[in-house]
Design a protein around this ligand. Sequence first.
Ligand code: S0N
Length: 277
Amino acid sequence: MTISWTAAKDYEDILYHKADGIAKITINRPHKRNAFRPQTVFEMYEAFVDAREDPEIGVVLLTGAGPHHDGKYAFCAGGDQSIRDYAGYVGSDGIPRLNVLDLQRLIRSLPKVVIALVAGYAIGGGHVLHVICDLTIAADNAIFGQTGPKVGSFDGGLGSSYLARLVGPKKAKEIWFLCRQYSAQEALNMGLVNTVVPVDQLEAEGVRWAQEILQKSPLAIRCLKSAFNADCDGQAGIQELAGNATLLYYMNEESNEGKQAFLEKRPPNFRQFPWRP
Ligand code: S0N
């Protein structure tokens, strides 16, 4: 499937493109297997916000640049270990951060579908990124795994609890406790990804899935996404689901009557609306 991407904005650590209702965010630090530093995350955050605010965009593809100089691929190798100090990942301002957690929450609350396209390594915090995306399409060369207990970190948030939702608690504990690497086929078998395709067809398959989703009702998809997340996300998840209920109410005559009555300084006539069974 061919698509003509247009660069939406120039960044240092990512590429950001749009075409036909689809946004594509590509992590572009091939010398680090696309590991992220605070700036990478800030840039991704900004691009995701742009995609959220653009009413033309319904689906965001998240992927990693590749192949690299040695022919290998990576979706993302997690946090950049070379700049991690005692309190997080240190950016050019000298401040240590774990801002990828903000990005995780943004992806989950984005009222649009986010599809991870994984070629090569999805490791550590990079693995968590694909886990929290709505769908994952894996290339046949994809390799999945957590490394935290091996390299002195862990993600006890969505990176473990939501992973357990996907693959079950026993498998999630195996993934974190043993820090093994899993093939694309193994990932498919355990419900960690939606499908596996040859690496040269990864983007085309992602575009195909996106175009299929774009034929569907935006409001239905929006409400479904928040409904899928609500119980896991607690009060914040319920807030999001309720926000969608309010949005739908605003689009309704009954809600409009209340607002119009206030503006026209008259009592509202809600008796015209039924108390539905
Ligand atoms: C990905 C791996 C398996 C690839 O192996 P391969 O193909 O043999 O390549 P390498 O030679 O190892 O790598 C090529 C070059 O890329 C550099 N590089 C790779 N990964 C990273 C990285 N994560 N950080 C910095 N540099 C990286 C290599 O150093 C090499 O460079 P040169 O050629 O100059 O030597 C393999 O590379 C690998 O295992 N990488 C490390 C994976 C890893 O452990 N990632 C970090 C895990 N932790 C997190 O991601 C934490 C995430 C986080 O932010 C967080 C979130 C929630 C709560 C807590 C945290 C937290 O940080 O604690």
